[in-house]
Design a protein around this ligand. Structure first.
Ligand code: 3HC
Ligand code: NAI
Length: 701
């Protein structure tokens, strides 16, 4: 194609896009602007240009007195187009579009249905009035992408709803409902019922009303001074290393303390600076990785089995958590236990989870009753007769799991999907002997199952496309993140967790204290340190796994963990583990006794020392990166971003690092290999890094 013909085509394409993404029409004196940029009406270049053109057009038209901004499809504008953030910003810039609308001769009304997020809400703040459907939500989620609102949201929101409320909205990233927005003053009215009818009558009423003062020309009412230091400390604590919430606080502070134009400049500069930051790149990576994980390419078009009733076998830690999240998503649950007492205890536990939520105001008492009414406890496998899918969560014992599936498959429909929540066992062996193996798979939830978002979907040899697609659909319905894992000891997550614990124990032997290692890992961004986390979960689970590995004649190195378990130091539940928990306290107290055990094991085991220049966190994380490279090489994980999601959603890795492998790539894989070799030489890591070296050569995984 010649250059000349290429440029003609491109301009035609842009005109076509403008026609498609922003449409205008007239209804008497009301000009109507409709944004139609599926799926979420993001503010791509063509939308921004279309909005400017619409403002010009209606300002010129003497028959138009007011302009309604509406959106086609399922939502109002969900923000800037995130996929544009990897490219330099192009005109027209969003702040200019907002300003143009704000100062238009004909006042604009934002008609919000679905979600008004980020740039979408900023655009709405540029309008003279805001009207929302009762089901709408509004918010500034920019901090979740490592950003601050960059088109006047920080400067305008405090002028509309006050500094304190704006600070909460912008630094938390959490959206609010239309009703809450009305309460805050973020919207002028909420429409119950027919939205289109409601918005036209709202617009007609505004035809005779005086236009409110332009927000960015409003002086700020800063009545109750904010204790910025206290706010900063509390935001810092929650942010766990994320920088955007703190930068958002600075922008809100500027909005209330400096002239508005300066505040707008500070906000825009902060936005542009953060857009280029490693944290924002990482968070954008996670945003798209999460969405890709929900719909794997190879399951496109696969038929799913409709699921209404789910059987859960075992009402222990996992079974009760799984039952809760199934009920939250509206599934009927049949809960099978081996005896009445354990079943009752399980049901009581489920109820206590809901009652705690009701106490915190997260659900009503009526909802608690409704949730419980949908759980039927049974003591025999014939109770599973009408289930569409069964999730087994009994003890981690191969023979037990096999016998349970044999029994259940005798009672349920022949196409009832059979899933195991095993952590370490080979699911192919679990389902051996079950009829119709195409309906079997692993669904590995993380603990606590009603909280953690990760579910590893583990196909067996027999899993059909329909079964896999149904498993994915179930996980999506639970609002969790499905990640496919091949069968191996511990799947993706627990296999990496094993390395984390191993490295932490080696560092103890190398002379670091448990509390130092925990602090270093929390400073890295983990939700909990490795020793605190083990004390919370209980040391016995990993001990059973080590015992099984030893039975398979594998070498397992865990001298200190083994000693603690031998002594019955199983963690918080026995008031002693890596730390002491005197009088049932949950606060970890460093233990002289554990220190003594460490000293004895140091004398027995050949241990290295941490080489100068390497941080404690690196000695833990880099061998995990190495193992992750191996997991990818073996095809246990389908992509590097799947491993990232596993660590973020199942194991408390900081979202702002983008996950284990994204972070390693950002830090340079060559450097990772170099440091790993130093650790290897120091005896603090084992394992060749050939796979990692290959990735380093390519520059990526
Ligand atoms: N830009 C580009 N694509 C977006 C997008 C955005 N802002 N928001 C969503 N998408 C895409 C998703 O990637 C997905 O694409 P796919 O179908 O190819 O996977 C598709 O839209 C649908 O998204 P979801 O699957 O998330 O749809 P849901 O219905 O579950 O959720 C939503 C809808 C609540 C709008 C959710 O998509 C969301 O939260 N989006 C992000 C909103 C956001 O962060 N906005 C702020 C952007 S930054 C900004 O505005 C800066 C400004 O201050 C200058
Ligand atoms: P648990 O010990 O808390 O509960 C197991 C339950 O199974 C008990 O209530 C027991 O009475 C019941 N049970 C035993 N035999 C039964 C039978 N024949 N019929 C019906 N119920 C029977 O165990 P937990 O921790 O809930 O683990 C369950 C499974 O989930 C295991 O496979 C485990 O590896 C896996 N898992 C555990 C995680 C954890 O952190 N606890 C995380 C992810 C998976």
């Amino acid at each position: 194609m010649s250059k000349a013909s290429g440029s003609v085509d491109q301009s035609k394409f842009i005109i076509w896009l403008k026609i498609m993404t922003v449409r205008i029409e007239r209804n008497g004196k009301i000009g109507i602007v409709t944004v139609g940029n599926p799926p979420v009406n993001a503010l791509s270049r063509s939308v921004r240009q279309g909005l400017l053109d619409a403002a010009e057009e209606f300002d010129r038209d003497p028959d138009i007195s007011i302009v309604l901004l509406t959106c086609a499809g399922r939502t109002f504008i969900a923000g800037a187009d995130i996929s544009e953030f990897d490219r330099p910003p192009v005109e027209p810039h969003l702040p200019d579009v907002v300003r143009r609308i704000e100062t238009a001769e004909k006042p604009w009304i934002a008609a919000i249905h679905g979600a008004a997020l980020g740039g979408g809400l900023e655009l709405a703040l540029g309008c003279a009035w805001r009207l929302a459907a009762a089901s709408a939500s509004l918010g500034f989620p920019e901090v979740n992408l490592g950003l601050v609102p960059g088109a006047g949201g920080c400067a305008r929101a405090p002028r509309l709803i006050g500094a304190e409320q704006a600070l909460e909205l912008v630094t938390s990233g959490r959206p609010v409902s239309a009703l809450k927005a009305r309460e805050l003053g973020l919207v002028d009215a909420v429409v119950e019922g027919d939205f289109r009818k409601g918005l036209l009558s709202f617009a007609r009423a505004k035809l005779d009303e005086k236009r409110p003062i332009i927000l960015s020309e409003t002086s700020i009412e800063y009545v109750a001074p904010i204790d910025w230091n206290a706010k900063e400390n509390s935001i810092k604590k929650k942010a766990r290393g994320a920088i955007a919430p703190l930068r958002a606080l600075e922008c809100i502070k500027a909005a209330v303390t400096v002239p508005v134009n300066d505040a707008l400049d500070i906000e825009r500069e902060t936005f542009l600076e953060l857009r280029e930051s490693a944290q924002s790149r990482a968070l954008r990576h996670v945003f798209f990785a999460e969405r890709n994980a929900l719909k794997p390419d190879d399951l496109k078009g696969a038929i799913q089995k409709p699921v209404k009733t789910v059987g859960v076998v075992g009402a222990g830690t996992m079974g009760t958590g799984i039952a809760c999240c199934l009920r939250d998503a509206g599934f009927q649950v049949v809960l099978l236990e081996r005896d009445r007492e354990t079943l009752d205890a399980g049901l009581k536990h489920i109820q206590s989870i809901y009652e705690a939520a009701a106490k915190r105001g997260r659900m009503t008492e009526a909802a608690v009753l409704a949730r419980m009414a949908g759980v039927r406890g049974v003591l025999s496998a014939d109770g599973m007769a009408d289930t569409d899918l069964v999730i087994e969560a009994v003890f981690e014992d191969l023979d037990l799991k096999r016998s349970i599936f044999k029994e259940i498959s005798d009672h349920c429909h022949e196409d009832t999907i059979l899933a195991t929540n095993t952590s370490y066992l080979d699911s192919d062996l679990i389902f051996e002997g079950v009829t119709n193996q195409d309906r079997t798979l692993g669904l590995h939830f993380c603990s606590p199952a009603n909280v953690m978002k990760l579910v590893e979907v583990v196909p067996t040899r027999g899993t059909s496309r329909k079964t896999a697609a149904t498993g994915y659909a179930l996980v999506r319905a639970l609002r969790k993140i499905p990640v496919r894992s091949g069968i191996c000891d511990g799947f993706i997550g627990n296999r990496l967790l094993k390395i984390l614990r191993l490295q932490a124990e080696k560092l103890l032997l190398a002379g670091a204290k448990a509390s130092e290692i925990d602090s270093a890992m929390k400073a890295y961004g983990l939700a909990m340190g490795p020793f605190e986390a083990q004390d919370l979960a209980g040391l016995d689970v990993a001990a059973m796994q080590r015992a099984a590995a030893r039975e398979r004649r594998e070498t397992v190195f865990a001298p200190i963990s083994d000693r603690l378990v031998e002594e019955g130091r199983l963690g918080q539940k026995s008031r002693a583990g890596w730390y002491d928990y005197p009088d049932g306290s949950r606060l970890p107290n460093p233990s002289n006794h554990v220190q003594q055990i460490v000293a004895e094991e140091q004398a027995r085991c050949a241990t290295g020392t941490l080489p100068a220049g390497l941080a404690l966190a690196e000695a833990v994380i880099l061998p995990m990166v190495n193992e992750a490279a191996q997991i990818l090489e073996e095809g246990v994980a389908s992509s590097a971003s799947d491993i990232d999601l596993v660590m973020i959603h199942g194991y408390g890795h900081p979202r702002w690092r983008g996950g284990l492998l994204f972070d390693a790539e950002q830090n340079g894989l060559d450097d990772t290999v170099r440091k790993l070799e130093i650790l290897n030489a120091a005896g603090l890591a084992d394992g060749p890094c050939e796979r990692l070296k290959a990735a380093a050569k390519m520059g990526h995984f």
